[in-house]
Design a protein around this ligand. Structure first.
Ligand SMILES: CCCCCCCCCCC/C=C/C(=O)SCCNC(=O)CCNC(=O)[C@H](O)C(C)(C)COP(=O)(O)OP(=O)(O)OC[C@H]1O[C@@H](n2cnc3c(N)ncnc32)[C@H](O)[C@@H]1OP(=O)(O)O
Length: 268
């Protein structure tokens, strides 16, 4: 796997002989993202920028779940200060990953739901294992999809697929995701996925890093700028939404096992 360059409670980062870093999410059982998880993620990305990393792969320790998205504990009837910290960290994390100066690949070796899907979409390339699902399922949870989540999908698959995906809270199977270019290729196993990711990243060894960064920022920069300019408003909007009694009630139900099993059967 390479030399371990960083390990924290929920993430590990290992560098191979070519400098490519594999970030493995490990918050059992579902890689749910809470404030601590997001802070660790930001720290890893900051280190990679500082070290002029030539490329990174993002994957999960589990072959069942890439990430179940935000920890519902951070969203259900939140406290103002904690939510502000959490949501700010999430936004910063997205600007770091979506705008990274190095190329990134998501090896999606399990279900990628809501913010888990956003993580994958924020990379430059996606390899997904067969028979998994990916999408923004917020609607099914009684939530709404934040604007920058939507923009990230829109920039990947276009308006119509985003519109249907977001408004239906649709989880796409691996085959469906490939058909609409939500992912770039399919692998039989995580190991094969990593090989495909490395082949993609190998292409960038022939380019000047500054040329790559310029191209990426030409495409993604305006969306990052837009979020940065509206960060506080986005946080307040989300907080107000989450304080709606109907939303709180729905999220409390979702926290029950029965409801998540219902969601699982929908995505299986
Ligand atoms: C105008 C306003 C506009 C903006 C509004 C913004 C609002 C805020 C931002 C909203 C954006 C939201 C992003 C998100 O990421 S929301 C989270 C989405 N995640 C899910 O829907 C995951 C649901 N989970 C599942 O479908 C399954 O658990 C899964 C397929 C992932 C795994 O199935 P499995 O059978 O292995 O596991 P279980 O279902 O038995 O789950 C085990 C226990 O974990 C609990 N669980 C599952 N997911 C979560 C989660 N995301 N957070 C917290 N807890 C979770 C589940 O209930 C089980 O608990 P128990 O063992 O106690 O029963």
């Amino acid at each position: 796997m390479g030399t371990l360059v960083r390990t924290s409670k929920f993430l590990s980062a290992a560098r191979d002989i070519n400098g490519i870093v594999t970030i493995t999410m490990r918050r059992p059982p579902l890689n749910r993202m809470n404030l601590e998880f997001m802070s660790e993620f930001s720290n890893v990305l900051r280190d990679l920028e500082r070290d002029n990393c030539p490329g990174a792969i993002l994957t999960s320790y589990s072959n069942k779940v890439f990430s179940a998205g935000f920890d519902i504990g951070e969203l259900c009837n939140p406290e103002p200060e904690r939510f502000n910290d959490f949501y700010t960290e999430v936004q910063n994390n997205w600007t770091q990953l979506y705008g990274s100066t190095f190329p990134t690949v998501a090896v999606i070796n399990g279900h990628a739901m809501a913010a888990g899907c956003l993580l994958a979409l924020s990379c430059d390339y996606r390899v997904m294992i067969k028979n998994r699902t990916i999408g923004y399922n917020e609607m099914q949870m009684g939530l709404a999809t934040p604007t920058w989540f939507t923009a990230t999908m829109l920039n990947t698959v276009g308006h119509r697929h985003t519109e249907l995906g977001v408004t239906l809270g649709k989880m796409f199977t691996t085959d469906e995701a490939l058909n609409i270019n939500l992912i770039d290729c399919v692998a039989d196993s995580k190991e094969e996925g990593i090989q495909k990711a490395l082949s993609f990243l190998e292409k960038f060894t022939h380019f000047l890093p500054k040329s790559y960064t310029f191209a990426k920022h030409s495409l993604r920069g305006p969306f990052i700028k837009q979020l940065k300019e509206n960060q506080n408003e986005e946080t307040q909007l989300a907080f107000r939404f989450l304080k709606d009694p109907e939303v709180i009630k729905k999220l409390e139900i979702v926290k029950d096992k029965e409801q998540t099993q219902f969601l699982t059967s929908k995505v299986a």
